[in-house]
Design a protein around this ligand. Sequence first.
Ligand code: GLC
Length: 432
Amino acid sequence: MKALQEKAVKVLEKNWKDSFSIPCEGLYPFQWNWDSGFIAIGLAHVDMEKAIQEMETLLNGQWDNGFLPHIIFHTETDTYFPGADFHCSYLHPAASKKYKSTGMTQPPVAGFALHEMYKNSKHQKNTLSRIAPLLDKVYKNHQYFYNHRDIHNEGLVYIYHNWESGTDNSPLWDDIFSTMESPDFTFERRDTTHVDASQRPSKKEYDHYLNIIEIAKEHNYNDEKIAQFSPFLVQDPLFNTMLIQSNASLIEMYKIIGNNEDKIQQLEAWQQKSIPSFNKKLFNKELGAYIHYDLRNEKPLNYISSSSFTPLFANIPDKEKADILVNTMMEKFGNDHQYLCASFDPTSDLYNPKKYWRGPVWINVNWIIYNGLKKYGYTTIAERVKNDSIALVEKFGFYEYFDARKNEAETGYGGNNFSWTAALLIDMLNDN
Ligand code: GLC
């Protein structure tokens, strides 16, 4: 295991660019929001200074209104599409004047990432003084979410683009895309010059992705207009779980820091509203799992994906619901022929074991599920998720995603030497 950790450290060293990490060479040459949070969790075990800088650089990209972009374009490179010139973040009046970015966000992991860094710090006092100003930025980010993205005031925030979910081309979005008539854009794909096209989203899917951005741009990325006009408007259980766990982490950290009663009160008020709404609106009893809700078309998206199991991470289900959830996971995703945890229901016709978020295992979601299972005392299954993650990396390398079929998998997929795979493996290897 020591050798594996050393390899993981090398991956992170290679992907470090002065003050932040890229997810992987070639395919993703900038700073990605939730990647940075996961990377910082791993870095904290081996180089706290870098972990802190990772988060400082990410949060330096925050907009004046608290919004935190999904990609920060620190450099000019045309090896990625769609880049800064397509996104035009300057259209929004509150956008950062310093950094070009996208006008969309990603699952809000910064709060719990900072908490994890603090918990694993050998010099907690020093770490705390560095991360305290960052916690205030995260708090401002959460204010942004509840003020601008909770249109029914129910404690559940929306995402307006599939890229905001982090689970880019999941079959979850197929129904929404079928309601859209997107133009046939002319553009040059860059991702498929790095990775085989069979492992990446299709051209038609990219047309939808670009179309949603064009609509947001027409409204200068104004949240209220996006809520009114975006064809994609979803309450995502993974995204909201990240926000709720980050709220909980901020509460704990502010208690340690002291003198932050007003913020703690506000955070607790958000929790008290969000968690019951989450259980009421996003739990499907028949499926025995949490599901997504399509706000634009006012209907639940009744599919099971790895996101369905993540609410364990933020203590959202009660014990009864948690038992149901874990049963569903083990029945559909967890037989002896499968590595946990496929990103989409392996019993569904839409499952594709090689294609990105349509089936393969992703180590960041495994890390979330592993930690969630532990919180409820499902120790054996948690160990299985951890051991499956380690086995996949040992066998194939630090890939972006992996085939969940034990007998058929021959290689890892997507980008190699992928940062969060390395970082979260370090965290799991150091967690007993
Ligand atoms: C892909 C993933 C997304 C991740 C990004 C950078 O787009 O779907 O979740 O943040 O790559 O690694």
